[in-house]
Design a protein around this ligand. Structure first.
Ligand SMILES: [Zn+2]
Length: 306
């Protein structure tokens, strides 16, 4: 194991950061795989899954190299900030591949992308729902010239749902997996756990996912992790609030809903004005906001469509 840091330059009065970075194995023996968690600072089940995987890893069994960033976004982790980076209010997973001359989060994205991702053969970005997000485990791969390799990587990770994200779906442009696949690196975003919890099932889902994915790539020998075939989803619909107020969902993540179904309400702060939130298409709520606090155009729910 080789330990180093990825440095975000803090010269000329700018905020900097050192992100711990680890390499395991030998690039001459097989492919290089980038494994990253903590792009969002409070997605603890994913970080915990990566920690457990590393704790249980026997480096001598690797046939290839792992480039590992256990917590990519230390600013949000240490300040317990959901979704965005406190220095500039940007969502790191909308900023890849980043900018060398941008704001803090854009420079962080640039450093992570250049140092850890660009030189890898495959990239896996591990997420959970954030502090106020519940989710049904799923993986995302992006439309790209390497999408079939990304898709099979997603199948191997083995979470219950696998969603293809088109380039035109602007809500999630700038993710690390989208940026990687755009330059020909097969890549997935894997999501399990949420709400700031570290539940064993979600942690183990990530451990098993990483093992199966690395076995699929030939970096690890056959794994004993149970094989599961995901349900494939063709696209997203994200539901947003028409106004600010008090959001209450009436469905659970993972519960199938029909077209036109009521999935919750946004009420005025005195509770007297009620606005129902309905689905435009039948689908599966893959994630939903669990906090009642919602602003106009605030994200309520992400619906995966078969
Ligand atoms: Zn995330």
């Amino acid at each position: 194991m080789k330990q180093s840091v990825i440095r975000v330059d803090g010269a000329n009065g700018l905020v900097g950061s050192d992100v711990p970075f680890y390499e395991f194995g030998d690039a001459s023996a097989g492919p290089t795989v980038s494994l990253m968690a903590g792009v969002h600072g409070c997605e603890y089940a994913a970080m915990s899954g990566l920690r457990r995987f590393l704790d249980e890893l026997d480096e001598s069994t690797l046939r290839g190299r792992l480039r590992v960033i256990p917590i990519a976004n230390l600013a949000s982790f240490h300040s317990r900030t959901a979704f965005v980076v406190p220095h500039d209010g940007l969502n790191l997973n909308r900023c890849f591949p980043g900018r060398a001359d941008g704001s803090f989060t854009e420079r962080l994205a640039f450093a992570l992308f250049e140092e850890a991702i660009r030189t890898a053969d495959f990239h896996i970005d591990m997420h959970s729902g954030d502090q106020v997000e519940a989710l049904e485990p799923f993986s995302i791969y992006d439309a790209s010239s390497v999408e079939e390799q990304s898709r099979t990587l997603g199948v191997s990770y083995g979470l219950p749902y696998l969603l293809r994200s088109a380039q035109s779906e602007s809500p999630i442009a700038g993710t690390s997996s989208a940026a990687a696949s755009q330059i020909g690196i097969p890549s997935i975003t894997a999501e399990a756990g949420g709400r700031g919890l570290i539940d064993d099932a979600s942690v183990q889902a990530h451990v098993d996912g990483v093992r199966r994915a690395l076995s699929h790539l030939g970096v690890l020998a056959e794994t004993t992790a149970p094989i599961r075939t995901p349900v494939e989803l063709s696209h997203w619909v994200w539901l947003r609030s028409a106004g600010s107020g008090w959001w209450a969902s009436s469905v659970e993540a993972g519960e199938e809903v029909g077209a036109g179904a009521i999935v919750g309400t946004v009420t005025s702060l005195d509770g007297r004005e009620v606005r129902e939130v309905t689905t435009p298409e039948a689908g599966i709520p893959l994630f939903l906001t669990t906090s009642p606090a919602v602003e106009e155009n605030g994200l309520l729910l992400g619906l995966g469509i078969r």
